[in-house]
Design a protein around this ligand. Structure first.
Ligand SMILES: [Zn+2]
Length: 74
């Protein structure tokens, strides 16, 4: 279970692994993570977790905008 905190709206997130007690500062676009997996593979679960959250957040914003449009049309 990863806990994600937004540090900066421009794409900086703190990803905390509660089970292991580790925390990484992840940046997306361009993607960077200080963990070992990222250093070896250029990708890691921390970045994936952040991207999932960001994608959901964008979907929510689109949904809200659409709802507002409908309200205006009504
Ligand atoms: Zn990582």
């Amino acid at each position: 279970m990863l806990e994600i905190t937004t540090i900066d709206e421009n794409g900086v997130y703190a990803v905390k692994n509660c089970k292991k007690g580790t925390e990484y500062l992840v940046t997306i676009e361009p993607d960077t993570c200080p963990c070992i997996a990222y250093r070896y593979y250029g990708d890691c679960k921390h970045i994936q977790a952040v991207k999932d959250i960001v994608r959901e957040d964008k979907h929510m914003k689109i949904a809200i905008e659409r709802t507002e449009d409908l309200m205006v049309l009504d």
